[in-house]
Design a protein around this ligand. Sequence first.
Ligand SMILES: [Zn+2]
Length: 449
Amino acid sequence: MSEEAQEETQVTAQPGEVSMDQIVSLCKRRGLIFPSSEVYGGLGSTWDYGPLGVELKNNVKRVWWQSVVYERDDMEGLDAAILMHPRVWEASGHVESFTDPLVDCKECKKRFRADHLMGGRCPECGGKLTEARQFNLMFRTHIGPVEDSASVVYLRPETAQGIFVNFDNVRETMRRKLPFGIAQIGKAFRNEITPGNFTFRTREFEQMEIEFFVKPGEDETWYHYWVEERLNWYHRFGIRRERLRLRPHTREELAHYARACVDIEYLFPMGWSELEGIANRTDYDLRRHSEFSKKDLTYFDEEERRRYFPYVIEPSAGADRATLAFLIDAYRRDVVAGRERIYLSLHPALAPIKVAVLPLLRNRPDVVEVARGLHKGLRRRWKTIYNDTAGIGRLYRRQDEIGTPFCITVDVQSLDDRQVTVRSRDTTAQDRIAIDQVERYLSDRTDLC
Ligand SMILES: [Zn+2]
């Protein structure tokens, strides 16, 4: 057994008791998330996912894709282009009404959303404000070398429209009948006036969206189905139920075409905030695209022998927000063997590194050979690291802090009994496992079931 076999753990902080500053600091220190363009002083509210952050975020996207595409038989995937025909955004209503009311301070020149201000004065300096004007949140750019109005295109402000305009392509090529959905993960861009709260609100972000097409009249049932389904998804991958809640939109908040909309909110350090929105968009989108494109996007119902526009239920999640929520919810502190430790109790499917192989004696070639062999075998299936650069206690702490669910130590005894010690992150409990059973042991505990 390794030296921390008798580690005693004592929980000192309730999970979720963490400030955003502590999360930002952990992310920077351990290579999860860095400020973008940092060597140039950074660019406001843009962030780069580092070596461990990209693993974590990829895992969030992977388990979402697995749950909504692979584990279902009524969903197809899609990856549409970020640049789309400008008419798409006229049809969707974004050119006309994807705006925020904006005011500028005449003194300090700072810019605010008029609907976020309490009074008529600048909240920073008390100066006078300009009249509110509508500011479109879409990023504009140009196709080709000439900057005239004919070449204007937008960076998509949502991935949803790529799905709507491909509805017929997907239905036809995959021979789909209602109800069925199309799932997509991709970047979207919004020129937010007040981004902030780390990766919670940024101008460039990644969405995980589903448009689920149903027969009119069955929309309400499917809407409630998807609300439950998506709420359960966050819980399944580790977020405690009491830190999730549903907030139905009021009549005033609803988009004019939406019949119902609810936010799944998480209790972030700055308070309850939206993780995902689920909307009943009725037949608005397909109807509008039919009108603007002059292409018939109705669906022919063979049983009823009639054509109609399908209704759409849209569960729209943010990959960055989900990643942040999983991180915050996993943050734990306790005392192990008399010393405080920080660890991330991430679901094994989300953990950036699944296994760390740690040889107890790095100067013994026979021990190193066994450890290296194990590492080589495991890394074909999982993100695995090999580390012998410090004492075992310190190596454990490093892995705990980045949420590695399992550490495997190889010792002299392993040479005789062909067994290794597997330590679990949350409990620090250790199991002695036959080397040829390690893969089975890990897949039982990390694979999705
Ligand atoms: Zn001011």
